[in-house]
Design a protein around this ligand. Structure first.
Ligand code: MTE
Length: 322
């Protein structure tokens, strides 16, 4: 991904060259190197097991796929979490500094019961369920992840959205002392990381808040203690380590569409027919992948969830609203 906003051209060149080279390299060499070495296991990382309802072929359509699940090792060591650095291996290295308890989530804006709530209080009485989803990054790699979480709609409904609630804005923790990327000179992201959804997207049953994966609490590098997962959109919509959820009447700004608006849009629906200006979106590299086994597969419209979500965009020109 690339940054552009508000930087003098003299400063843009070195970083954009660096980032473009990364885009090229991460397709092969870096991926292999990142995943080499001692395997990482959920149990070894001391992640607490969760109580949850398993997903299976009899779950509602879209909640489960029988495609091979990406090993825990790859999911927890090949990350985008720019708060901890630009390299795919940085989050696994540095995210253990993130303090995930106590953790509060502010619910603001167009709701009857706004407030700042303790996460453990919010999770009381929530039924956790597994969702085995494809995750397709805009950089053209993908995974299959067995998330554990609950529908975002279940949370939003509890606070009584008003009739003026048309969009939902999300915000990640801002804590430079825990997140070295937030004070890095290389970073041109305007922290905190922010994302947003239209209200109907937020209320869709496929949209979840995840608190775990592979049956255990989320590793910090995957967005602990609470992250969004929207499986039919590019991965950058799935904002990590959420501290604020705001319902509002207007479309909220989002981190990547602000950094490079001609490359990343608000909608970010996975679409093999709308290329990124700098690369094709027709295929993806499914992890695990290596130099010898690249595992290249065709990308599906709405990441394979078209039956469930295409009606949300019935009258929209998807190449204009990318
Ligand atoms: N959320 C925050 N706060 N910061 C980030 O840098 N990266 C996004 C998304 N959520 C990101 C984020 C991108 S680009 C992707 S592809 C996914 O997280 C990656 O999730 P994963 O590391 O769990 O695979």
């Amino acid at each position: 991904m690339a940054f552009k906003s508000g930087i003098p051209p003299s400063e843009i060149t070195p970083e954009s060259v660096y980032l473009k080279r990364r885009d090229f390299m991460k397709g092969s060499v870096l991926a292999t190197a990142a995943l080499a070495g001692v395997p990482l296991h959920a149990a070894a990382m001391d992640l607490k097991p969760l109580d949850y309802r398993k997903a299976s072929t009899s779950s509602p359509a879209g909640y489960f796929t029988d495609e091979s699940q990406t090993p825990f090792d790859d999911i927890a060591r090949y990350n985008n979490f720019y708060e901890f650095g630009l390299d795919k291996r940085d989050p696994a290295k540095y995210a253990d500094r993130l303090q995930t308890r106590p953790w509060t989530v502010a619910i603001e804006g167009e709701v009857d019961r706004p407030g700042t709530y303790d996460l453990d209080e919010l999770l009381k009485g929530v039924t956790l369920e597994e969702r085995v989803y494809r995750l397709r990054c805009v950089e053209a790699w993908s995974m299959v992840v067995p998330w554990v979480g609950f529908p975002l709609s279940a949370l939003l409904s509890r606070f009584g959205p008003t009739s003026r609630a048309k969009y939902v804005a999300f915000e990640t923790l801002y804590a430079p002392e825990q997140m070295p990327g937030q004070k890095s000179l290389f970073s041109t992201i305007a922290w905190p990381y922010v994302e947003g959804l239209r209200m109907d997207e937020a209320m869709h049953p496929l949209t979840i808040l995840a608190v775990g994966l592979y049956g255990r609490v989320l590793p910090n590098q995957n967005g602990a203690p609470l992250r969004l997962v929207v499986p039919w959109k590019y991965g950058f919509k799935s904002i990590k380590s959420i501290v604020k959820i705001r319902l509002q009447e207007t479309q909220p700004p989002t981190t990547w569409s602000q950094s490079a608006p001609e490359e990343y849009g608000f909608y970010a629906n996975v679409n093999p027919f709308v290329d990124h200006p700098r690369w094709s979106q027709r295929y993806e590299r499914r992890l695990p992948s290596s130099l010898l086994g690249v595992n290249r597969i065709p990308t599906q419209l709405f990441n394979g969830y078209a039956d469930q979500v295409a009606p949300l965009y019935r009258d929209m020109d998807l190449s204009r609203f990318y």
